[in-house]
Design a protein around this ligand. Structure first.
Ligand SMILES: C[S@@+](CC[C@H](N)C(=O)[O-])C[C@H]1O[C@@H](n2cnc3c(N)ncnc32)[C@H](O)[C@@H]1O
Length: 282
């Protein structure tokens, strides 16, 4: 986990993030299923494919109505989860550093007849008063900000006492990290070479856009680091989810991703789903 400490480097990273993520995260999936427009039907088709890929995601959305609950989503991508949350009746607000996801989310909210409360801004300096929200959702975003600790402090600041954060961060203790980062590093060492795996090569395993550019910054955390980062919260729960398809040794058999989600994926999966409650004032 590496924090950007210098103010001008952070401004530069914010600019690069705004540029990179302006292409909606999920564009690869949209292209793969032949979506070329943003009609209601196309978005529904996209959302079905998205929830098909991440079938566990709705487990992190309360099954009860969110009527009257003020909720912020940070890092909006294609807007699939945001639409579901708004449909549950929440007083939905969204924040993203890039204009593309902001426009997509506003468009979806307008289609639902809901106020388009979506702002362009950074998770590191959120334009909201302290103790404003009952829920904060952030799936796959805060590890791109360059300062995970600050981002989680911001989440804590804007949550009401007793409010809940639902955050997904990349797992540093995943099978992917072991096979693609740790093991190659050990092999190189055994051969007496010390070629460090380039940070960009590792980031490329996670987030690239349709022209192959790599996300400007990504952090990977262990469950133990998560507990430290969320020390100001109570009832911190960490679930491990998501997995890559893979071949068994000597390519004797291909194991599809879906077969791994409910077993090895829950132990060595790619993503950490953290649910945490902000302490009530004592
Ligand atoms: C990997 S996408 C995830 C999108 C969506 N949550 C999903 O799961 O599909 C990351 C999102 O975080 C946003 N983002 C990146 N850095 C950010 C920052 N510093 N502040 C706010 N949003 C940021 C990007 O613009 C992008 O929409």
């Amino acid at each position: 986990m590496e924090a950007v400490t210098n103010e001008s480097s952070q401004r530069l990273l914010d600019r690069r993030n705004a540029e990179f993520w302006n292409e909606l995260c999920g564009t690869g999936l949209a292209q793969a299923i032949g979506i070329t427009d943003a009609s209601r039907e196309s978005l529904r088709h996209f959302d079905d494919a998205y929830f098909g890929m991440y079938p566990y995601l709705m487990d992190y959305v309360t099954p009860h109505s969110l009527d009257g609950k003020k909720l912020l989503e940070i890092g909006l991508g294609y807007g699939t989860l945001g639409q579901r949350l708004a449909e549950r009746g929440a007083d939905y607000h969204g924040l993203d550093i890039a204009p593309g996801p902001v426009m997509m989310m506003r468009y979806r909210l307008e289609q639902l007849g809901r106020p388009p409360n979506v702002l362009e801004g950074s998770a590191l300096d959120m334009p909201y008063e302290p103790e404003s929200f009952d829920y904060v959702y952030s799936i796959g975003c805060l590890h791109h900000t360059g300062n995970l600790r600050k981002a989680i402090e911001e989440v804590c600041r804007i949550l009401k006492p007793g409010g809940r954060a639902i955050v997904m961060l990349y797992n540093r203790h995943s099978f992917r990290q072991f096979m693609r980062v740790t093991l190659p590093r050990w092999r190189e060492r055994l051969k007496g070479r010390h070629k460090a795996t380039q940070a960009e090569e590792v980031r490329a395993l996670y987030d690239t856009n349709s022209t192959g550019d790599v996300a400007p910054h990504t952090d990977y955390v262990t469950p133990r680091e998560v507990r430290r980062l969320f020390a100001d919260f109570s009832r911190v729960n960490i679930d491990i989810q998501n997995f890559d398809a893979f071949y068994l040794p000597y390519r004797i058999m291909f194991i599809p991703r879906e077969k791994c989600l409910n077993n090895i994926g829950r132990v060595l999966g790619l993503d950490l789903y953290i649910t945490a409650t902000k302490h009530r004032a004592s």
